[in-house]
Design a protein around this ligand. Structure first.
Ligand SMILES: Nc1ncnc2c1ncn2[C@@H]1O[C@H](COP(=O)(O)OP(=O)(O)OP(=O)(O)O)[C@@H](O)[C@H]1O
Ligand SMILES: [Mg+2]
Length: 376
């Protein structure tokens, strides 16, 4: 898939933008705080209907304005063109339309216009808490499976509801078991499906990840990814029964603490290199290599599963890298599809010299105070 045309109105610090993008590499450069990440964010919102930075659409609206509009023209891998519009007006629900037809919610198109983002904040995936890794898993799986996304939404709603009931017990209210039980059943249904899909994903993804890591780091090191779920899932066991039994065993504790103590919302994803937990023992360089491999594997996995090439957004992440890794990243880029890359460097950095060799004649965009202009 390629995003050919993009127009923005009152998106972050951009009042009005209209431009054509290259189907290969687009380099966006400019000083700090000029709008480079905002630009990538607009493409991300166009693709997925939501931001990677804030959950509140109002924050995305240019300050002093009432609404934002993003419009993009995609050409899918099968050659079909699609126009996507994301429109938000203050105090209303965000509206998304594809080819002038309104979609009911962003879940309806999630993954149709796949995107992979690599940004400095993404380093939290390998070094942050378990919620960061679950988020990575959820966004990836939601892009390849609509039923995963629907179950995830269902699970989150049910969990909130169930926790509310448990909290009222904690605060001394009497709540009948018959009131909690239906929520427990719903939780078990959607939760088991999430765990099942996560297990299947990890099995398939781990080989892709391991191969990419070996190739990238030029070592024989084994990078492994594993799912640690509180709900034990020995082969052949009925997952729903296991989950229910787990919840029953912590029932009294849940009433004291006012929260659900078992389920996929407490899953952990562990990365290890040669059996050593990356979070505990990994060097900074290893974290970087794992993150890059992870993003490349995500790209490959989504492309395979959806039969659609994602747009790759790279936000200034290679400035975190040393020269060796920077070269390694650039070496991989030609096999990917459309890339939008930001850099705070001018036109003399190593980044541009290497890029010129790989993508002669790539598109360059200069960003300054919310204005973006093509330099070719
Ligand atoms: N809703 C908004 N309305 C107007 N301006 C905004 C809004 N949200 C963010 N900004 C401004 O956008 C600028 C930041 O843009 P962005 O994060 O894209 O910078 P950048 O070019 O990526 O910088 P860096 O190189 O430091 O990462 C800030 O000056 C910020 O105040
Ligand atoms: Mg930035």
């Amino acid at each position: 898939m390629v995003l050919n045309k993009l127009s923005l109105t009152n998106f972050r610090n951009y009042a009005s933008v209209q431009l054509h993008l290259s189907s290969k590499l687009n380099l966006v450069y400019g000083c700090n705080a000029q709008g480079k990440t905002n630009f990538l964010e607009s493409i991300y919102v166009l693709c997925l209907g939501r931001s990677f930075r804030s959950t509140r659409s109002q924050e995305i609206v240019k300050s002093g304005e009432e609404s934002f509009l993003i419009e993009g023209e995609f050409v899918l891998d099968n050659g079909i063109a699609k126009t996507v519009v994301v429109n938000y007006i203050r105090d209303r629900r965000k509206e998304i339309s594809v080819d002038h037809k309104k979609v009911r919610g962003h879940s309806e198109i999630f993954g149709t216009f796949p995107v992979v983002l690599m940004a400095p904040d993404e380093f939290r995936i390998t070094s942050g808490g378990p919620a960061e890794r679950r988020r990575f898993l959820d966004i990836l799986l939601s892009q390849v499976s609509m039923s995963y996304l629907i179950n995830l939404q269902e699970y989150s709603r049910t969990l909130k509801q169930r926790n509310r009931l448990l909290q009222s017990i904690t605060h001394g209210k009497h709540v009948l078991e018959s009131v909690i039980d239906p929520w427990t059943e719903k939780l078990v249904k959607s939760g088991s499906m999430l765990i099942q899909k996560r297990i299947a994903f990890i099995q398939e993804f781990s080989q892709i990840l391991m191969d990419i890591y070996r190739n990238f780091s030029e070592t024989e090191d084994r990078l492994e990814i594993a799912l640690q779920s509180q709900v034990e899932h020995t082969n052949g066991d009925d997952l729903e029964a296991q989950f229910l039994a787990q919840l029953r065993s912590v029932k009294e504790k849940e009433k004291v603490l006012g929260t659900t103590l078992a389920g996929p919302h407490r899953d952990e994803v562990q990365f290890s290199i040669n059996g050593m937990d990356l979070r505990k023992f990994g060097s900074r360089g290893e974290h970087k290599s794992v993150l890059i491999s992870l993003k490349m594997a995500e790209f490959q996995y989504i492309r395979q599963r959806r039969n659609e090439t994602p747009v790759l957004l790279l936000d200034d992440c290679y400035s975190e890298l040393d020269e060796f890794r920077e070269e390694q990243v650039f070496r991989m880029l030609p096999d990917l599809g459309q890339i939008v890359l930001t850099t705070p460097k001018g036109d003399s950095g190593i980044a541009e010299r290497s890029l010129q060799n790989i993508f002669p004649g790539y598109s360059r965009f200069h960003v300054e105070r919310g204005q973006i202009a093509c330099q070719n």
